[in-house]
Design a protein around this ligand. Structure first.
Ligand code: CDP
Ligand code: MG
Length: 649
């Protein structure tokens, strides 16, 4: 294994705030307050935000919108809602909301704050994310939630009347629902001036938020509070040559850091679950070769596909003589702060949702990060002591990166948001001309916490008497990775495993078969777990399946509320495929689509030559996932204007 001599030191670039802080050095690794030696209150008072407490409370009192800018880790997310609680903003049944673009952040922060407040999670402090509500209608005073959940709440209560203060956190990330919320909240403020907003941002783009909130309103509508950053210097090293395989390179670099440097955890930025798993596997394989007396490595993953408990493992305090190596997606870029990180290894890539309006295809694409992201990632190494960031690309590449990532709203499928906005009666929010009114089904579809096409499928099931099965399929397509095909496993074995469920008609029915096998009941899953069912037995991902069970039961409540019958089609597969046909978009344009290797139709051509698919992933080529074969004349029967046949080869 090569050493680090090929590294060329550089600078973090503009805005990296490398000024030395005055705090004592060393890694303060404290996750749960009980585990630290300081009292909770003492820990809280050590955070940079503490000295701004009075000023912040004064601004929230005086201004409609307070924009708070401060380095990640300064205490915005965990402390601000508590300050508000302590000064009476949650009296008389009022609730303080704090939104997060990511589920992980909402849950992990709520757990932390519940511990700081000294309450059970879901009692005074709770969280609400899609398919999971750990809050109490009466008792919860601080509620962390995803921005999507709060936005959905505006459909039911357009003035969001139970909230006294709403904090839109991580606003710099410009996620789709954060942007939509900012739009809606400005309107709500006009109708309900007692509502206070806090917009918090980790980067210095606060001015645009200020201009947005003061334009067309009073100059006293908004103000900016800047929290002085506590940042230690971060040295940045670049590769001299681009790495052909950045996952392997990341392993190599992490390994060398461990051998050559003293204490401090390592945070590796990769793009997704598969890369993270490969990285950690390769690292784990090396562990037996660690020299005697070397620092022990604790490999950890952090990505949205993990359960809450699995995600929280990264916060565990480790023993002396050990080092956490956390391979994460860009969750760890700003939303989640792991104390003790001293080394950052940055692949320079990120997976983002993109949407191609000409083909109507939404996809996940791996793209180079922006300079702003790269700087933010590097900063994660300098939170508690000086650190080093290793960028897995040459310095010349940094200069060619875009300065910032375009907001999600400019690169995503806005079908669902448009439907929701229309349902809210806001037709011109983005100066778009949306013609026509919602159909009654459209209005109800807007309320469902799932993608429009899947929600529409639930409604269509009524006409085909197969609500039971469609409900299961809807739950199964909402989770990721129901079937696990271990990487490196000979294709034939995985294929055999899967055979048990494989349906000739395609993936939707295969998913259904997979769940029939497990009966999709919690009890059944539990008993299977008791029988020492291994995580990946029968190529089914146990955790993903448990999530499907819970999603299914949530969706079932919607079906009942909308009076949709829960009939079973009693094995009539044709009916099921007819339902799916109305719900997926066909391709416009002449794009060649490749079948994803996880599909049962990967090795087989559909008999009819026509398929529907659930999603697209854009990697080296455009791959479609979760497919089902359909009869061409169904397209005519169900009145959809598909003019372009898409090739299944
Ligand atoms: O929001 P901001 O990035 O400004 O900071 P924060 O998330 O409120 O974090 C303040 C402190 O709480 C940091 O030292 C975090 O490491 C710590 N924290 C933690 O230990 N565990 C969590 N689940 C969340 C925060
Ligand atoms: Mg935060």
């Amino acid at each position: 294994m090569s050493t680090l001599t090929f590294w060329k030191p550089g600078t973090a670039g503009p805005g990296s705030t490398l000024d030395r802080a005055t705090e004592e050095e060393g890694n303060v690794v404290q996750s749960a307050p009980s585990q630290g030696s300081l009292s909770i209150q003492a820990q809280r008072e050590r955070l940079p935000i503490w000295k701004h407490r009075q000023k912040l409370l004064h601004c929230v009192e005086k201004y409609g919108v307070t924009i708070v800018v401060g380095q990640t880790g300064s205490g915005k997310t965990t402390q601000l809602p508590q300050y508000l609680l302590e000064s009476g903003w949650a009296s008389e049944g009022n609730v303080i909301a704090c939104t997060q673009p990511r589920r992980v952040a909402a849950t992990s922060v709520a757990i932390r704050v519940a511990a700081e407040v000294g309450t059970l999670l879901g009692d005074e402090v709770g969280y609400t994310i899609r398919f999971e509500d750990v809050s109490d209608k009466e008792r919860t005073r601080i509620c962390y939630m995803t921005d999507g959940m709060l936005f959905r709440e505006t459909l039911i209560d357009p003035l969001l009347s139970r909230y006294s203060v709403i904090m839109i956190d991580e606003a710099h990330e410009r996620s789709l629902y954060t942007d939509l919320l900012l739009g809606v909240l400005k309107k709500i403020r006009r109708k309900r001036p007692s509502l206070r907003l806090i917009v918090s941002s980790a980067t210095l783009d606060a001015r645009s938020f200020l201009e947005y909130f003061t334009s067309g309103t009073h100059p006293d509508e908004a103000t900016i509070v800047s929290l002085e950053g506590r940042m230690f210097p971060v040295e940045v090293a670049y590769l001299q040559e681009p790495a052909p395989d950045y996952v392997r390179k990341a392993v190599e670099v992490a390994w060398n850091i461990n051998l050559q440097h003293g204490a401090g955890d390592i945070l590796i930025f990769l793009t997704g679950r598969e890369e993270i798993e490969r990285c950690l596997e390769e690292l784990t394989e090396l562990i037996p070769t660690l020299p005697r007396g070397a620092t022990q490595i604790i490999p950890l993953a952090l990505h949205a596909g993990l359960s809450t408990e699995e995600q929280l493992r990264v916060f565990n305090v480790t023993e002396r003589g050990t080092r956490k190596v956390i391979a994460a997606t860009n969750i760890a870029e700003a939303s989640v702060t792991i104390d003790g990180v001293k080394f950052v290894v940055d692949s320079g890539f990120v997976k983002i949702r993109t949407y191609n309006p000409t083909t109507f295809l939404a996809s996940l694409s791996t793209v180079p990060v922006s300079q702003a992201s790269a700087i933010q990632r590097a900063g994660r190494a300098g939170r508690t002591s000086p650190g080093i960031c290793y960028r897995l690309y040459p310095e010349s590449v940094f200069a060619s990166l875009p300065t910032s990532t375009p907001p999600e709203i400019t690169r995503t499928d806005v079908t669902t948001p448009i439907l929701q906005l229309k349902s809210l009666g806001i037709d011109d929010l983005m100066k778009f001309e949306w013609d026509g009114l919602l159909t009654p089904i459209g209005e109800r579809v807007a309320e469902c916490p799932i993608e429009v096409n899947i929600a529409r499928m639930l409604f269509a099931s009524k006409d085909f008497n197969c609500g039971e099965e469609i409900l299961t399929i809807a739950a199964m397509v909402s989770i990721q990775d129901a079937f696990v095909i271990p990487e490196g496993a000979p294709g034939a074995i995985a294929e055999l495993e899967r055979r048990k469920f494989t349906a000739d008609e395609g993936d939707h029915l295969t998913l259904l078969n997979g769940t029939c096998y497990l009966c999709l009941t919690v009890d059944c899953l539990r008993s299977i777990a008791y029988n020492a069912f291994t995580k990946y037995a029968h190529a089914l991902n146990f955790r993903a399946m448990s999530r499907a069970v819970s999603i299914r039961s949530q969706l079932k409540k919607y079906m009942i509320r909308f009076n949709l019958p829960l009939h079973s089609c009693e094995g009539d597969a044709k009916r099921l495929r007819q339902v799916s046909d109305g719900t997926y978009r066909s391709v416009k344009g002449n794009k060649t689509l490749y079948v994803h290797p996880t599909s049962v139709l990967f090795t087989r051509k559909p008999r009819t030559g026509w398929i529907v698919f659930h999603e697209v992933e854009e990697t080296k080529r455009t791959q479609i996932r979760i497919l089902s074969e359909i009869e061409p004349d169904w397209l005519l029967d169900y009145g959809h204007k598909y003019q372009h046949r898409h090739a299944a080869d």
